[in-house]
Design a protein around this ligand. Sequence first.
Ligand SMILES: N[C@@H](CCC(=O)N[C@@H](CS)C(=O)NCC(=O)O)C(=O)O
Length: 207
Amino acid sequence: MMKLTASVASPFVRKVCLTVAIKGLSDRVQEVSDTSDPQANKDIRTKNPLFKIPTLICDDGSMLHDSHVICEYLDTLKAEPRLIPADPEGRIRVLSLAALADGLIESALLIVLEKRFRPEDKWVQSWIDRQQKKVDASLDWLETNLPPLGDVPNYGDLTVACGLGYLDLRARGSWRVKHPRLVAWLDQFAAKVPAYEKTSAVGVEGA
Ligand SMILES: N[C@@H](CCC(=O)N[C@@H](CS)C(=O)NCC(=O)O)C(=O)O
């Protein structure tokens, strides 16, 4: 059984959990609750020198990170459904969408960390504004350009869904007001992937 370091609030962990669910691999991956705090020094996460979650410990004891690499690895374990297309053009299109959504998540996370690790009077507003601009511009781009969902969402789609879910958690869903097409898209995604609601951290104590 592979082991996955997991925390309910992490959008990167959620990407992997959705991949496990869509690929039907839950009998091969066990979630191990962990925190992203290096001081907590949990055994499984210390296998990753970056002390980040998600980390996957494979059956042979080897360690995989980050979420993209883990999802790509899991995608190879079963032929169908394919989350990252094999054809070069489709692959680059899906990975590029995922990279945009990962960037959105990183910027949103940087704002959260700025506020978490500095006292309020030390927050660097210009830094927060810079990250917020990236989040807003990415949302606007997605509102116009996000392709309709296929029968089975791909890796780019599930990364976008986790990005929007993270904004629901940390920015109280304020993105929804100006992005009605994205709201409808996320509703469709959630209907196709029941694991999306099951992995939501909104309303979870301590998240
Ligand atoms: N690029 C990595 C990012 C992972 C990441 O930043 N995880 C956060 C939790 S959401 C973390 O472990 N942070 C702890 C730290 O950076 O010290 C991925 O896609 O897996």
